[in-house]
Design a protein around this ligand. Structure first.
Ligand code: FAD
Length: 304
């Protein structure tokens, strides 16, 4: 049943009409539990309250699969605004973004133009930028763009998905740049040709790439809500004398808040991924796919 629900929500997540309607009719149906709000002022308040609790943040201006150049440019401007807001208020926050929101499906030149604008602002305000990883058809393009930008900018990282068979090779190829990488299980619907169909294989591969990237001596963000993976990371770091400032844990806003606080209190760096903006639909559907139990929050949202 869980597998069927997962497929159903992933199917809904890339429905263009529902995405448009969601933008128009605002943050509804329980999505507010996972999204800080629609405006940058909402994001600022959320970051401040997380920072007060000792939690770091990566802020995400929600958006993906943009098909108009003007929209991609205006989304890049919003990312620059977000960086400025973080810098001017001296918040403990990075920025995360998706290349399809900056024109990846339109042209590489457009994405590079937008990313350079964002990374210049990141350099000026000292705000690190992570390129989220999207679905498999965009993987190679995203890696190529990351490599180009990494040669020019220091403050940039990207994401590796443990469910992909090729992930370990990709990490090894990027090792020459000593990149700061976020490691995740992977959130998209992928075929068995490119990704492990069984969760247990993804979990094993996740451990393998955490060990690989840490042992390569690179900064590693372990982004998961899975206690088994968190415990593995702690133990591996201890046994291999990996200093605590070489890795951090990351979780999504609204998921396992207590665990986030516990890890921070134990002295680990804990970063919360905070999305904001009106393009919340795809993000929200992927969260439901991960845990159909969250449907309860949606039902409450409808009747609120
Ligand atoms: P799971 O095996 O899914 O979950 C382990 C346990 O965590 C569950 O048993 C449950 O107790 C709890 N849990 C998990 N999800 C939820 C939930 N939604 N609600 C409540 N409890 C839950 N994926 C990408 O493909 N690209 C990215 O760029 C990307 N960036 C990410 C950034 C961050 C900070 C995080 C945390 C995740 C990101 N992901 C990304 C998503 C990731 O790939 C997984 O889909 C997601 O994290 C769920 O996997 P898990 O590791 O938490 O383990």
């Amino acid at each position: 049943m869980e597998k069927v629900m997962r497929k159903f929500f992933l199917f809904l997540s890339d429905n263009k009409l529902l995405t448009k309607m969601a933008r128009k009719y605002g943050l509804k149906f329980g999505a507010g539990r996972f999204v800080a709000g629609e405006k940058i002022s909402d994001a600022k308040k959320t970051i401040e309250s997380l920072n007060e609790k000792g939690l770091s943040v990566t802020l995400d201006f929600l958006g993906e699969f943009v098909s108009e150049s003007d929209e991609a440019r205006s989304r890049a401007d919003e990312c620059v605004n977000a960086i400025k807001m973080i810098g001017e208020n001296q918040l403990d926050s990075q920025l995360s973004l998706k290349l399809t929101s900056l024109g990846l499906d339109i042209s590489e030149d457009l994405v590079l133009e937008n990313m350079e604008k964002i990374l210049e602002a990141g350099k000026k305000y000292n705000v690190f930028v992570t390129i989220d990883m999207e679905d498999y058809p965009r993987l190679q393009k995203t890696l190529d763009i990351f490599e180009k930008l990494k040669q020019k900018y220091d403050g940039i990282g990207t994401v590796m998905q443990a469910y992909l068979y090729r992930v370990s090779d990709d990490i090894e190829n990027l090792n020459q740049y000593n990149p700061n990488l976020r490691l995740v299980k992977g959130a998209y619907k992928e075929s068995a040709e490119v990704a492990f169909p069984e969760k247990k294989d993804t979990d094993e591969n996740f451990k393998k790439i955490i060990a690989q990237h840490l042992q390569n001596g690179n900064y590693t963000a372990v982004a998961t809500h899975d206690d088994a993976i968190i415990e593995f990371t702690k133990k591996f770091a201890e046994e291999h004398n990996i200093p605590r400032d070489q890795f951090e844990f990351q979780m999504l806003y609204g998921i396992r808040n207590e665990r986030q606080n516990e890890l921070s209190e134990e002295g680990y760096k804990m970063r919360v991924y905070v999305p904001y903006g009106n393009d919340w639909y795809g993000y929200f559907m992927r969260r439901l796919a991960e845990r159909p139990a969250n449907v309860g929050f949606v039902v409450k949202g409808i009747f609120k």
